[in-house]
Structure formats: structure tokens, C-alpha cells
Design a protein around this ligand. Structure first.
Ligand code: FAD
Length: 451
């Protein structure tokens, strides 16, 4: 059996940044991920926004972490060589009810210390962003809002955690957890792992992982979300646009991504029987709402749709033979600590990406304090991205070369999708129709050691 000071369960953006931050301290760590690669869960399917922090309850942990996380995002992305675009956002309203919400958010933002926030008139918003529909009554301009590619951030953090000594256990399912005198034994389908501290970052399974050892306290009740992606050549706004609808929760968000596409979403709907499948209703909603808010967006340029699962954490009580939700969904971040040395992030939804590093720093500091570990002097925060090379192009749409694909494979990509998430192949107009076969061939050759 292997012994570690700390074990992170789950290799989404939260687990990867927790693992990287653990390595800032003098301790040994392992990251256990069920899938064959990191960042294939919610991290792969979200809105990619680095929020400014005006939406959250003033003084809450979420508000503080969002404002701080946003401020630190440039430095984080620079050290990990991940593209980040602080493009700013406009939250727009088209009527008195939504105007009131914007004014409230503006006040919230000022109190939470969001920098540069301005309430502007409809005409000024139209001047700043000519793609907006006329009829905007009020807009909230937040220059600090930005966008990042979530899986690029997670993968970069994972690579840097490994570089600093964290051990990876991919394709390893956590099936059970036992208490010992000095910590925990994690049972997996690949054997047992012993550790003093468990950081449970298992995303949609975080409640179930905690229940492997503790009685139910919080459970996830999920709903679904749909997204659309437009081709890079389609006209797009220069700001992230949030529609504050007159009807609660019914607005669309449009994000000009760091990869150059326009991302529309998310819709909000009940979870389908197939959780990761898109819904007709969701697609229709996105198309209709976009046409109202950004009429110049050419919806014929959609090249991809995808769905996500939104976890809503609820405290539960035992009643009539079952655990049922006890009141409303937990509004703040749910960080459980059911026993010394056991921490769970349960149902971290928006703005979890914005706060991923802050949450990782927090968990790592708790771990170091609990174990009495000092700072690791040799910690190297830097990670080099895979750089563009322009010969032997394999992905014609995105101009990705064979050398880049081989480097992605050398860094751990095990599937065509894993290569895509490292170098962006298959993200263009043909969505991998022309390059997938050749990438599969390279993956196969690498597996056999005949490259
Ligand atoms: C629709 C939507 C839009 C969002 N948009 C934004 C946004 O714009 N900005 C923002 O700041 N935040 C946003 N968020 C929130 C953000 O995306 C999440 O907080 C974040 O991605 C959660 O990452 P994670 O690491 O917890 O989850 P995941 O990425 O799902 O990772 C969990 C990992 O745990 C692994 N795992 C599960 N069970 C086990 C097990 N038993 N053994 C081993 N491994 C296991 C899974 O395989 C998975 O890889 C959004 C969320 C949703 C749902």
C-alpha cells in the first residue's frame, strides 16, 4: 500500500488546483481521478467566465473569494501560461424589473469591492457594444470580468502539480474509505491508498464520496444546462453579455471565448434521463434569447452544442424512510469538514471556476496546518504551454501541427478528446471530421511505442 500525507479525489479544475496548491507545502500528495484524463467533468462544460463578484451576497465567502480570485487571475494564468482575456462584461436589462436587479447588483458590487463597476444608460451601452439590440434600458459594466478556457487551466495546474511531485492515479475509481488511527485508507479499483488527509473534490459525486465514510448531510440535486458554440468567423460582441431578464433566471449569456468562438448559454432545465445530452427546449431558448439580445449574431454559424449538469447542494434530513432536502439549495460554497483531516467541496457551481485557485489555496492551507507542514522552498510555480509550430499541419481548421499533437500525447493525452483539450485540434468548423483519424493513428502509434 502507498502512503501519502494528502489525497485529492477528483481531477476537475478544483482537484487539480487543490493538488497544485498542496505542493506549495512540504508534504506528499496523490491525485486520484476515475477517468482516463483530468478535466472531463463539469470543468469541460461550463460558461468559462471569470466573474467580477457583484452577484454574491456581500460579506459571504463566495463574494470574498470571487473578488480575490478575479484579482489574482492574471498572475495565475501568466505563471501557468494559460490564455486569459479580461474583456469586461455588460449586464443588460430591457425593463423596470430587471433595471432594479441591476441597481441592486451595482450596490452589491461596490460593497464587495468590485473595481471599475459602472451603471450606464442604454444608449451608452449600445455605443460600447453595437451588436446589442436597441431597447436596452440599463447596463452594468464590469471591466474586471474575463474569460479563460477552463480545461486548459485545470490541465496546466495538473501538469504543474506533477512537476512539483504530486503523484497521479488516473483511471482509478474511489470505491470506499475507512478510518485508521492516523488517517484514512482509500479503497480504489486499483488497490488501497493510505493518507492522513482527504480532499474530496469529486464534483457530481462529492456527496457520494463523503457518504462512503460519513452519514448523509448534504446531497446534490442536479439540473441540466445547454450551450451553443459558433464558428470563429461569426460576428461576436467584444464584451461578455449577460441578459438580466424580467423573468427570474431566464437570461442568456454570450461569451467571446479565448479560443475566438462565441459561446451561448447556459439554459436552465430539469435534468434529462441522459444527463449530458442536449435538449430541444434548451436549444430553442438559447436561439430565441440570443436573437432578442444580440440580433446580429448569425445562428447559422453554430458548429457545436453541448450540455452540462448543474449540482445544487441541499442539506438533507431523514424523513419517512428517505433523505430529503431540508429547505432551499445552499447558496454559499459548501465546504464540509465531517472529521479532522477530511474536507469535501460539495456542489461547487458558479463561480467555482473563478474561485478554483482560492478554494485550492484554502484547502492546502488547512491541510498544512493540520499536518504541521512547512512551506516547500523548492516549489516551482511555472509551467510551459505547448507552443505553436507551423509545419506538418494535421488539424486544418485550427492549424495544429503534428509536433503539437505529439507533445500533447507525451504530456498525457490518451484520447482524441484529450489531445483536443491540450492543443485545440478538432475545435474548428469541421469539429474534427478531417483530423480525428490521423490523431487516433498517432495515439495508437504512441501506445505501441512506434513513433
Ligand atoms: C452550467 C455551468 C456553468 C458554469 N459556469 C461557470 C462560469 O462561467 N464561471 C465560473 O466561475 N464557474 C462556473 N461554473 C462552476 C464551475 O464550472 C465548477 O465549479 C467547476 O467546474 C467544478 O469543478 P470540479 O472539479 O468540482 O468538478 P468536475 O470537473 O466535474 O471534476 C470532478 C472529478 O471527480 C471525478 N470523480 C468523481 N467521482 C470519483 C470517484 N469516485 N473516484 C475518482 N474520481 C471521481 C470525476 O471523474 C471528475 O473528473 C459553472 C457550472 C455549471 C454547471
Amino acid at each position: 500500500m502507498r502512503y501519502f500525507d494528502a489525497a485529492v479525489i477528483g481531477g476537475g479544475v478544483l482537484g487539480c488546483l487543490a493538488a497544485r496548491n498542496l505542493m506549495r507545502w512540504n508534504l506528499s500528495a496523490v491525485l486520484i481521478e476515475a477517468a482516463e484524463d483530468v478535466c472531463t467533468g463539469i470543468t469541460r462544460s461550463n460558461t468559462a467566465i471569470v466573474y467580477a463578484g457583484y452577484d454574491n451576497k456581500v460579506g459571504s465567502l463566495k463574494a470574498r473569494m470571487t473578488v480575490r480570485g478575479n484579482r489574482h487571475f492574471d498572475a495565475l494564468c501568466e505563471t501557468l501560461e494559460v490564455p486569459f482575456n479580461r474583456c469586461g462584461s455588460l449586464m443588460v436589462s430591457f425593463g423596470p424589473g430587471a433595471d432594479r436587479v441591476l441597481r441592486k447588483k451595482y450596490e452589491n458590487g461596490l460593497q464587495s469591492g468590485v473595481s471599475g463597476l459602472r451603471l450606464i444608460s442604454g444608449p451608452e451601452a449600445l455605443e460600447m457594444e453595437p451588436m446589442l439590440a436597441s431597447g436596452v434600458s440599463l447596463a452594468l459594466h464590469a471591466p474586471s470580468t474575463g474569460t479563460v478556457n477552463p480545461w486548459q487551466l485545470g490541465i496546466a495546474a495538473f501538469e504543474n502539480a506533477l512537476h512539483n511531485g504530486c503523484e497521479p492515479r488516473l483511471q482509478t475509481w474511489v470505491l470506499g474509505i475507512r478510518h485508521t488511527n492516523d488517517g484514512y485508507i482509500i479503497q480504489t479499483d486499483k488497490g488501497e491508498i493510505c493518507c492522513k488527509v482527504v480532499l474530496n473534490c469529486a464534483g457530481l459525486n462529492a456527496d457520494k464520496v463523503q457518504e462512503l465514510l460519513f452519514p448523509p448531510s448534504v446531497r446534490l440535486f442536479c439540473d441540466g444546462a445547454d450551450f451553443l458554440i459558433l464558428d470563429k468567423h461569426a460576428a461576436k460582441p467584444q464584451y461578455i453579455i449577460f441578459q438580466e431578464s424580467e423573468e427570474k433566471g431566464k437570461g442568456v449569456t454570450a461569451v467571446p471565448t479565448v479560443d475566438g468562438n462565441l459561446l451561448l448559454g447556459p439554459s436552465q432545465r430539469p435534468l434529462d434521463a441522459k444527463p449530458w445530452a442536449t435538449s430541444h427546449d434548451g436549444m430553442d431558448f438559447l436561439r430565441e434569447a440570443t436573437a432578442q439580445v444580440l440580433p446580429g449574431v448569425d445562428l447559422a454559424q453554430v458548429i457545436r452544442s453541448f450540455a452540462s449538469v448543474r449540482p445544487n447542494p441541499h442539506r438533507v434530513v431523514w424523513r419517512d424512510g428517505a433523505y430529503i432536502p431540508d429547505g432551499k439549495s445552499i447558496g454559499s460554497f459548501c465546504i464540509e469538514n465531517p472529521a479532522p483531516g477530511f474536507y469535501s467541496l460539495i456542489g461547487i457551481k458558479t463561480p467555482g471556476l473563478t474561485c478554483a485557485d482560492e478554494l485550492g489555496v484554502h484547502l492546502a492551507r488547512e491541510t498544512a496546518e493540520y499536518l504541521g507542514a512547512g512551506e516547500r522552498k523548492s516549489f516551482d510555480p511555472y509551467r510551459k504551454a505547448i507552443h505553436r509550430k507551423d509545419h506538418e499541419i494535421i488539424c486544418q481548421c485550427e492549424q495544429i501541427s503534428k509536433a503539437e499533437i505529439l507533445e500533447a500525447i507525451a504530456r498525457g493525452a490518451a484520447t482524441v478528446d484529450g489531445v483536443k483539450r491540450r492543443v485545440g485540434s478538432g475545435m474548428g468548423r469541421c469539429q474534427g471530421a478531417r483530423c480525428s483519424l490521423e490523431i487516433e493513428r498517432l495515439l495508437e502509434a504512441a501506445k505501441r511505442g512506434i513513433l
